[in-house]
Ligand binder design. Structure first.
Ligand code: UD1
Length: 412
């Protein structure tokens, strides 16, 4: 439950990035031995990825923000439907399992609230490396005696397809060049971990990644990069509630476009030795927003930006360029009194001074967090149902907001 709050003040720490740790956990299937991952966020998705690794035969131990993963000689290279259905990101075990064991069987992920989420690019890229695919009974099965390096040109800089290809190419014979690769900081983090394991990857974080295949990789210790989307959530919270906060551990270099956009809206944000300092002292101005692959504005920031525009002075046009149906939470915001119209990939947001608290439902992780942020500027109480979506991606969400002075509590 969230009540009107603000001005916020204080320091909030950022946890490790969900979209990095899940892939790094998948990468531990590439080598035998014991991995130590640090700065791991305590979120449901990490637990589920741990369950998936355990199901395959690995031993996963959590101790605070450290996760130890013991990878035996042999694994069952299979991701069952129950786990893939819960967490689509499980698809990233396909590439590494195929590379190490010559085969992988992974349940086909269905669509979700964002619309259909195909894996055709993942499959085409792995086929280019020599894999053969069959599908039956809701599972996709890949086989390859030894993957062979080649040039892979992605139709679109897909994050997941880039990661699957990268984790397959590290053990392929010869050189793989991934063109039109996704450039997200989480991909650079995954590549840093793989390189430490003995892989030979150049160019991760740019649109051309070159991988020289090696015969074997070894286990390592790796610290996960901070979560830029979580950091953005606390910036949005101060954007709605006003005040002055420090987002500790945030990486300004990973969030340049967002910081620029929030600056255009009238927030003051600067890098600080601790992370990012942010101040919101007057009503924000509307801007137009268009999501793009990194370094463009991340689609995951969008619900937060829509919430900021819902309170801003003027009209902002929001264009979604990555997913088809990522506007579900808009209906909930409208129930809270926001003035938003959607048309296909666009939303027109006309700012109002205050929203009005209402019972709402969290449709997914980021939209759920965005509804909580909106509620900070809504009169009365907002009760968010299905708030467990938020726990999939946010560590101690309620406690962190409380520490900034927000009036938020978790209801059982
Ligand atoms: C990742 C992130 C997600 C983020 C998204 C875009 C994780 C766990 N999730 O998701 O939070 O919103 O990047 O930044 O890291 N597509 C195809 N065919 C494919 C693959 C993708 O058509 O084979 C399409 C998708 O439907 C979507 C677009 O490409 O429209 C981008 O998807 P992608 O970058 O692959 O996102 P994910 O890796 O699923």
């Amino acid at each position: 439950m969230v009540r009107p709050s603000g001005p916020l003040s204080g320091t909030v720490p950022v946890s490790g990035a969900k979209n990095s740790v899940l892939k790094v956990m998948a990468a531990t299937t590439l080598a035998r031995g014991t991995f130590t991952l640090r700065n791991v966020p305590a979120i449901a998705d990490v637990t589920w990825m741990g369950d998936l690794l355990a199901e395959m035969g690995m031993v996963v131990t959590h101790d605070g923000d450290t996760v130890t993963i013991d990878s035996p000689d042999d694994l069952r290279p299979e991701a069952p439907y129950e786990l893939v259905e819960r967490m689509r990101a499980s698809i990233v075990v396909l590439g590494p399992l195929l590379a190490r064991f010559g085969r992988a069987r992974v349940a086909l992920p269905g669509g979700d609230d964002f619309g259909p989420r195909p894996i055709d690019m993942h499959v085409r890229a792995l086929e280019a490396l020599g894999a053969e695919f069959t599908t039956a009974h809701g599972y996709i099965e890949a086989r390859a005696d030894r993957l062979l390096g080649t040039r892979v040109l992605l139709d679109f800089p897909s994050v997941g397809a880039t990661e699957n290809t990268l984790m397959a190419a590290v053990l392929a014979k010869g050189t793989t060049v991934i063109d039109n690769a996704a450039r997200e900081p989480e991909i650079a983090d995954l590549a840093a971990c793989l390189n430490r394991m003995g892989a030979q990857i150049l160019g991760a974080g740019t649109s051309t990644i070159t991988v020289e295949g090696v015969d074997e990789l070894s286990p390592v210790e790796h610290a996960i990069v901070p979560d830029r989307i979580e950091a953005a959530t606390y910036l949005a919270a101060v954007g709605v509630a006003g005040g002055e906060i420090t987002v500790q551990g945030a990486r300004p270099d990973h969030m340049s476009m967002l910081v620029q956009k929030l600056g255009e809206m009238g927030m003051r944000i600067s890098p600080d030795p601790d992370g990012l300092w942010a101040l919101r002292s007057q009503r924000l101005r509307s801007v137009d927003v268009s999501t793009l692959p990194y370094p463009g504005l991340a689609t995951d920031y969008k619900p937060l930006l829509v919430v900021l525009l819902a309170f801003a002075d003027g009209v902002g046009i929001v264009t979604e360029n990555l997913f088809s149906g990522r506007f579900r939470y808009v209906d909930e915001l409208v129930r809270m009194g926001a003035d938003i119209r959607t048309e296909g990939h666009h939303a027109v947001v006309r700012g109002v001074e205050r929203l009005s608290g209402a019972p709402v439902r969290a449709p997914d992780i980021r939209a759920g967090a965005a509804l909580a942020v909106a509620a900070l500027g809504a009169d009365g109480e907002t009760v968010i149902a299905d708030a467990d979506h938020i726990d999939r991606g946010y560590e101690r969400f309620v406690e962190k907001l409380q520490a900034l002075g927000a009036d938020v509590e978790r209801l059982d």
